[in-house]
Write a protein that binds this ligand. Structure first.
Ligand code: ADP
Ligand code: MG
Length: 714
């Protein structure tokens, strides 16, 4: 690469195959491919997991028993033999200038092959005395080769793909050296670099792979992490603005009678948070471009009322509203709530000047009879139906809306982007209806900024007054479990109801059904803890009609206890139910447990939640403890993020957006906000990034085509 050519962009680096590097033959290349390293760009973005600091290393002669240390040495010999228990035992001796150390590995047969005599290794472990001399058992080993310099990088995954961290370091070094003449381009504006005192990109890439000091590596990390966050935020903000500019929406008339009347008739006053979110939504609805808003609110925060205000705003201007729920149970429940809350509201009647007619709400689900469905879909096409509540049936082929104005999607994590897109296509003409997505699984603000950065986010962070926290406890043994069932019987004795939820076991529905059925039987059978009570059973295999019937019995109080799988997880609202028992609670995630707990405590009655069972793992224990300790969904979301990392949060929505390698939504919270601010600033000045072509280009490269598609659909 002759000097004089322009500096290398990430796209240039992406176009260079790793096989172009010296010593990367077919075998190495396939190992690298296993690690998803195909291009020089992939290689340079394969960042070290940690560094070995040579000055912290111990000499073999100075080792003491029982202290964690790191030693470096050369392998002198290695051998293996079977143990009495038929395991493979690998024995290795390493040496430095001061002495020898024996390493033993149980059940790691590959170590014999990788620790061949002559190899230079770094070993982390705790020496222990065995037959009079010190040795290490199952230490962590990195093949480091002949390295100079004080720090050397340890790369993730390498041993598994049978390429040593040392070899990767060599390849990286070679790649960086070959970039030297042209340099690596830095597309981030100089003013931004100056403001945050960032190193240039080339320097940062050198600094992260071969730092001279730890400070250099952390500065490098800071810079490269910012790049990742900035790219994501530029993309999200740009996408959001693009939609605002390029899609036609409805400018709803706000401030009308209908919403007013509805609110006046509520048996309670709105919380401050509800009022605030309603105002945010109303302001969006008045805009001529489509709303894309996410409403997050803890269970019981009162999202339904807010959603209804949005739907009624559409109706009062002559449009239709649709509310889509993830399950039939929930759709029906929403429908019942609406009918109760909207009872005898009337809407302006277009066919008679100044006339009014009753507001019409319809239910549309897959299991409704053909006649009902025909009536509902007919009404949607003619405009006789004002609000429709339903499941996926709302987006079924051929369903016509006269003038769909506002779409509300409840519990968004159950729906894919696809489905949202289809529903949005149902707007009048080429105009998109306004979209409100509701979720009861709140995520921390900075995470929301990244995961939902192309949506506006409203947060219901207040529960209606007078709610009692659900007293939560963890029943870990048979004695405590017996008390749980006593508590259930007591509650039923007082006229209350209870849920018993069994976990989903693996992917097999059949097994789940068996486990929940067995639980039901053992509880209700002769001598069972709940014998004599009226106990219903719900699981994934019952027909929709049976499910409805059982739910209805429970709702009406004809059942005392409902034993079920997680079908009741979201949204179910039976205020008289005051006890929630979760069996094998350690199998559930934090968000799920909190959701389940949210099924009780929905009235002024004191409620309790019992988490039953031993925690199988340390993580499970931490989850259960978190849920016992807090009733606050946002606090729990933070705890969850701590425990699980962001991978899971990013989940579905982030498919293809895998550019966050260094940045952590947890650790780098302030940087998420900063990157968003910088992105907004840049796009305010230059909406299409015309002056930042290189940056726009690498966003396209790294955030991928999948995302471009998403842009057009969402
Ligand atoms: P979620 O946010 O979990 O969907 P819901 O909308 O189902 O919550 O509301 C939970 C319960 O609280 C419902 O019974 C609802 O009628 C009631 N509710 C909603 N808003 C208020 C309020 N401001 N004051 C008192 N109760 C309210
Ligand atoms: Mg709800």
């Amino acid at each position: 690469m002759p000097a004089g050519d322009p500096p290398l962009t990430l796209r240039d680096l992406d176009a260079i195959d790793v096989t172009r590097l010296r010593n990367v033959g077919r075998k190495r290349a396939s190992s690298l491919t296993e690690m998803e390293i195909n291009s020089v760009l992939d290689l340079l973005q394969h960042y070290p997991r940690r560094y070995i600091d040579r000055t912290k290393q111990a000499r073999i002669a100075e080792l003491a028993q029982g202290e964690d240390v790191f030693v470096e040495g050369r392998v002198e010999r290695s051998s293996s033999r079977p143990t009495r228990r038929r395991q493979r035992l690998v024995e290795v001796v390493i040496a430095d200038e001061t002495g020898r150390l024996k390493l033993t590995f149980f059940n790691q047969p590959w170590q014999e092959n990788s620790l061949q005599p002559g190899r230079q290794v770094a070993v982390h472990g705790r020496p222990a005395l065995y037959r009079g001399s010190l040795q290490m058992t199952n230490p962590v080993v990195d093949l480091v080769g002949d390295r100079t310099g004080r720090f050397f990088p340890v790369y993730p995954q390498s041993e598994r793909a049978s390429v040593s961290t040392w070899e990767i370091a060599k390849f990286v070094e070679q790649a960086l050296n070959r970039c030297q003449p042209r340099g690596i381009a830095d597309p981030v504006p100089a003013s931004v670099l100056e403001r945050f005192d960032f190193a240039g990109r080339h320097t940062a890439l050198n600094g992260i792979h071969r730092p001279a000091t730890m400070r250099e590596s952390s500065e490098a990390r800071r810079r490269l992490m910012f790049d990742e966050l900035l790219r994501v935020q530029l993309e999200l903000v740009r996408r959001k603005r693009w939609l605002e500019r390029h899609t036609a929406g409805l400018s709803h008339a706000t401030g009308g009678e209908l919403v007013e009347r509805f609110l006046r008739r509520l048996p309670f006053g709105l919380t401050v948070a509800q009022q605030r979110v309603i105002d945010e939504i109303t302001a969006d609805l008045a805009q001529p471009y489509p709303m894309h808003r996410l409403m997050q609110g803890d269970v019981g925060a009162g999202k339904t009322v807010v959603a209804l205000c949005a739907l009624l705003t559409a109706v009062q201007g002559g449009f239709q509203g649709a509310l889509m729920a993830p399950t039939e149970v929930l759709a029906e429940q929403h429908f019942d709530t609406m009918v109760a809350l909207l009872d005898d509201l009337s809407v302006p009647d277009g066919s008679r000047l100044g006339g009014e007619r009753p507001l019409k709400v319809e239910l549309l689900t897959g299991s409704r009879g053909a006649a009902d469905r025909r009536r509902a879909s007919g009404g949607l096409a003619t405009g006789d139906v004002d609000i429709v509540v339903g499941t996926h049936a709302l987006i079924s082929e051929g369903l016509q809306y006269k003038a769909l104005g506002v779409v509300v999607i409840d519990e968004q994590h159950r729906f894919g982007v696809e489905q949202r897109a289809v529903l949005r296509d149902r707007g009048p003409g080429s105009v998109l209806p306004d979209l409100l997505v509701m979720t009861a699984t709140p995520i921390p603000r900075t995470a929301a900024m990244t995961v939902y950065g192309d949506l506006d986010v409203s947060t219901l962070d207040e529960l209606p007054a007078g709610r009692l926290p659900v007293a939560t406890s963890w029943a870990r043994g048979p004695l405590e479990e017996a008390q749980v069932w006593a508590a259930v019987r007591d509650a039923v004795g007082e006229g209350r109801q209870a849920y018993v939820v069994c976990p989903v076991i693996e992917e097999s529905e059949a097994l789940d059904v068996r486990s929940v059925t067995e639980t039901h039987e053992s509880l209700t059978g002769e001598g069972g803890e709940l014998a004599g009570l009226r106990v219903g059973l719900l699981h994934g295999r019952v027909t929709a009609a049976e499910k409805d019937a059982t739910m209805e019995l429970f709702r009406s109080g004809a059942l005392d206890v409902l034993v079920s799988t997680t079908v009741i997880e979201v949204g179910v609202d039976v205020p008289n139910a005051t006890v929630m028992v979760v069996i094998d609670a350690g199998r559930f995630g934090i968000a799920q447990l909190h959701q389940l707990r949210g099924r009780v405590g929905r009235s002024r009655l004191a409620s309790s939640c019992y988490l039953v069972g031993e925690a199988v793992t340390a993580d499970a224990e931490a989850r259960l403890e978190a849920v016992v300790a807090s009733n606050d969904g946002f606090e729990l979301a933070e705890a969850d993020l701590e425990l699980r990392g962001e991978g899971t949060i990013m989940g579905e929505r982030q498919k293809g957006r895998n550019d966050l390698r260094l940045a952590s939504l947890r650790r780098d919270k302030e940087w998420v906000v900063t990157a968003r601010d910088v992105a907004i600033e840049m796009l305010d000045a230059d909406p299409d990034l015309h002056a930042h072509r290189a940056l726009a280009d690498e966003i396209e490269l790294l955030l991928g085509e999948q995302d471009a598609e998403f842009l057009l659909k969402s």
